[in-house]
Design a protein around this ligand. Structure first.
Ligand code: 2AM
Ligand code: CA
Length: 262
C-alpha cells in the first residue's frame, strides 16, 4: 500500500520548487514552439518543468508510471498501478501572452482511482489539492462542501469556441444555457477552471475537448469538494483519452444535463 500522506508531502515540496523556477523564468527569454497547430504552443519552461517532475519521480518512486503532456514520460496504454498525470503548464497560451492564468496540474491515480490531485496557480501562489476521502484544500484552508446552485444563479466557465459553429457540439444548446445563467467566464486554463469550480468561484465548467493532463488533478479536487465531473452526456470520464468535460456543483449538474445537454 502506498503511503499517500507521505507522497503528498513530497509532491507539495516539489510543486513549490517547480513554481519558484517558473516564476524565475519570467525574467529570462522564452523559447516558444508550435505543436499540432500554430496556436498549440509549448515553451522550454513546459518541457523543463515536466522533466523536473519526471527525474524526481523516477528516483523517489521507481515503480510509478508517468503520463505527461509533453511526452517525456511513459507510453501509457492502461491505468494499472500508480500513474502520475502531469500538465507542467496548463494554459500555455496564457503563460506566453499574459504571464498569468496558467497552472501546474498533477493527478495521481492508482488502478484508475484518483488518490491525490494538485492544481498550482503559480502566480498567485494558490495550491488547490485533494486527497481521496480526506477532502480538498486551497493552501491550508479546507474547501467548503459545494452547495446546490440553480441555473439562474450560476456563473459558468465556457470558452466562446463552443458558443459558435464548431465540429464537436451543437452550439445552440450551449447558447441557450449561456443566455439563462447569471454569467459566463473563460480563463483559458482547464485546470484553473476546475479549481474554481471546486472552490465555488465558478458554478460549472464545460469544454468539448480536454486531455487527461488537463483534468486529472482537477477532477479529483472537484469531486472531493462535493462537485460532479462527467462527460457532456453524464457518462464517466475516460482517463486515457480526450473527453468532453462537464464539472459542476451538485444539483446544477443534473439540471443542466436534463434541460440543455440531451
Ligand atoms: P494546455 O494549455 O495545457 O494546452 C484552453 O485552451 C484549455 O484547453 C487549456 O487547458 C489547454 O491546455 C486545453 N487545450 C488546448 N488545446 C487542446 C487540445 N487540442 N486538446 C486538449 N486540450 C487542449
Ligand atoms: Ca500544457
Amino acid at each position: 500500500m502506498a503511503d499517500w500522506t507521505k507522497i503528498d508531502e513530497t509532491v507539495k515540496r516539489w510543486i513549490q520548487e517547480a513554481g519558484a523556477n517558473i516564476r524565475a523564468s519570467f525574467a529570462g527569454s522564452l523559447s516558444i514552439q508550435a505543436k499540432s497547430n500554430p496556436n498549440d504552443l509549448v515553451t522550454n519552461v513546459d518541457e523543463e518543468t515536466e522533466r523536473f517532475f519526471i527525474e524526481r519521480i523516477r528516483t523517489e518512486f521507481p515503480g510509478h508510471r508517468i503520463l505527461g503532456e509533453e511526452g517525456q514520460g511513459d507510453d501509457i496504454k492502461s491505468l494499472d498501478g500508480v500513474i502520475w498525470i502531469i500538465d507542467p503548464i496548463d494554459g500555455t497560451m496564457n503563460f506566453v501572452h499574459q504571464q498569468r492564468n496558467f497552472a501546474l496540474s498533477i493527478g495521481i491515480y492508482e488502478n484508475g482511482i484518483g488518490q491525490l490531485g494538485y492544481i498550482y496557480d503559480v502566480v498567485h501562489d494558490e495550491l488547490y489539492h485533494a486527497q481521496k476521502g480526506l477532502g480538498a484544500w486551497m493552501n491550508d484552508t479546507p474547501l467548503k462542501k459545494l452547495d446546490p446552485v440553480p441555473v439562474e444563479k450560476a456563473v459558468i466557465g465556457i470558452s466562446a469556441t463552443w458558443l459558435v459553429d464548431n465540429r464537436h457540439f451543437d452550439q445552440n444548446k450551449l447558447v441557450q444555457l449561456a443566455k439563462d445563467v447569471r454569467g459566463t467566464r473563460s480563463y483559458g486554463s482547464a485546470a484553473l477552471e476546475l479549481a474554481y469550480v471546486a472552490s465555488g468561484r465558478l458554478s460549472a465548467y464545460i469544454t468539448m475537448r480536454n486531455a487527461p493532463w488537463d483534468f486529472a488533478g482537477g477532477k479529483m479536487i472537484v469531486e472531493e469538494a462535493g462537485g460532479i465531473v462527467s462527460t457532456l452526456s453524464g457518462g464517466e470520464i475516460n482517463m486515457l483519452t480526450v473527453n468532453p468535460v462537464f464539472a459542476s456543483a451538485p444539483g446544477l449538474h443534473d439540471d443542466i444535463l436534463k434541460k440543455y445537454l440531451n
